[in-house]
Design a protein around this ligand. Sequence first.
Ligand SMILES: O=C(CO)COP(=O)(O)O
Length: 262
Amino acid sequence: MSAPTLLGVSLKMYFGHHETLNWARRVGDLAARHPAVTGGLTEVFVLPAFPGIVPVHSVLAGTGVTVGAQDLATEDRGPYTGEVSGPYLKEIGCSYAEVGHAERRRLFGEGDTVVAAKTAAALRSGLTPVLCVGELDRAEPAEAAERTTAELARILDTAARHGADAGRVVVAYEPQWAIGAPEPASAEHITTVCAALTDWLTARPRYAESRVIYGGSAGPGLLGRLGDGVDGLFLGRFAHDPAAVGLILDEISARGAVKAGA
Ligand SMILES: O=C(CO)COP(=O)(O)O
C-alpha cells in the first residue's frame, strides 16, 4: 500500500479554548468512524494553540488523530521566558512541531537561522518538524520551485551543519501569497513545486520517510486535482467547519479507491 495521505490542520489563533475543544470533539468523532482514517489511508494531525494541546490530545485519544504544536523554542531548557521547549511538547503528547510559518517570519521576525534551529530542536526531541517553505510573491511554477527548493536546502543544510539529527520532516509548501487568500495556488503550480521538493528530499537519505504537503487556502476539492506527487494538505481556515474536514476525508477515500483499482 502506498504511504497514507497526510492531513494537517493548524488552528492558528482563530479559536478560543471552548471552541477549540468543541471543534476537536467533532473532528475526533468524524475521524474515529471514517474509513479513510480507520482504513489507514490517511494520517491526520492537529496543531492547537499551546494551552489546547493537553485537552485536545485527550479528546482525540483513540480517534487516530495526532496532535502537535504551532511553534517551539530553539533551546531545550533554561531562561527563555514565554517559550515552550521540544522536550516539554513531547512529554505532553505532541508528535509534530510546526516551524517557519510565514506568519512567524513576517510578524515575529523569524529568519532562516531561527527556523533551522527550531527544526533541529524538533528533531532532537523526537518531534516531526512541519517545516513551512514557500515564495513570498507570485512566481511562475518553475521559478517558485527553484526558490523554494533553495530555501529548503538552506534551512536543512544549516540545521545539519549545526548537528541536527537525521529524521522524518514534513515539508509544508505554503506560497505566502496563497495564505489567507480566496483560493489556493493552481494545481500545476503546486505539483511542480512539490515535485521539486520531493526530489530534493529523496536524494538525501537522512530525511527518509519525509513528506511534502501543500498549504495556502487549501480546502475540499483540491486534493483530487493534485495527483500522487503531493503527499497531503495543510489546512487553515477551510478546516474550521468540521464538515469540510469530512469532505476531504471522503476525497482521500476516493483517492485510495482509485489507487487500489489502478
Ligand atoms: O497557513 C496556512 C496553514 O498553515 C493556511 O492557512 P489558510 O488555509 O487559512 O490560508
